[in-house]
Design a protein around this ligand. Structure first.
Ligand code: SF4
Ligand code: SF4
Length: 107
């Protein structure tokens, strides 16, 4: 068989949907990549200040997607960014803190 025969076509480029939310203080920003979020809710369960929530999204793998519910509760700890298995959340803070793992305390 000739090399390359039978290979699937190259994937089409996909436009990513990025949703940016900024705290009213302007100190913290969360960017959720809604294209990559699969709705596992790990970030919702690990966020220490309940910033995040799940909302229904029937087209999603788990039938849900993450949304920012109360941005002003965000302390920039970075847990959601570190623990998301799909790299779907980015945290921006004035002083980029050392990412913390679940169970550790943010410095
Ligand atoms: S941990 Fe990542 S993939 Fe899972 S719900 Fe949160 S943003 Fe989406
Ligand atoms: S940075 Fe920390 S406080 Fe802010 S949403 Fe992520 S886990 Fe919650």
């Amino acid at each position: 068989m000739a090399g390359g025969a039978g290979l699937p076509p190259a994937p089409q480029s996909q436009t990513m949907k990025l949703v940016k939310t900024v705290s009213s203080s302007g100190l913290y920003t969360l960017v959720v990549n809604e294209t990559w979020c699969k709705g596992c809710r790990i970030c919702v369960d690990l966020c220490p200040t309940h910033v995040l929530e799940m909302v229904e999204a029937p087209d999603r793998w788990e039938g849900a997607i993450v949304r920012v519910a109360q941005m002003d509760a965000c302390n920039g700890c970075g847990i959601c960014e570190v623990e998301c298995p799909d790299f779907a959340i980015s945290v921006y803070a004035p002083e980029k803190k050392k990412p913390v793992k679940a169970g550790e305390t943010a410095k």
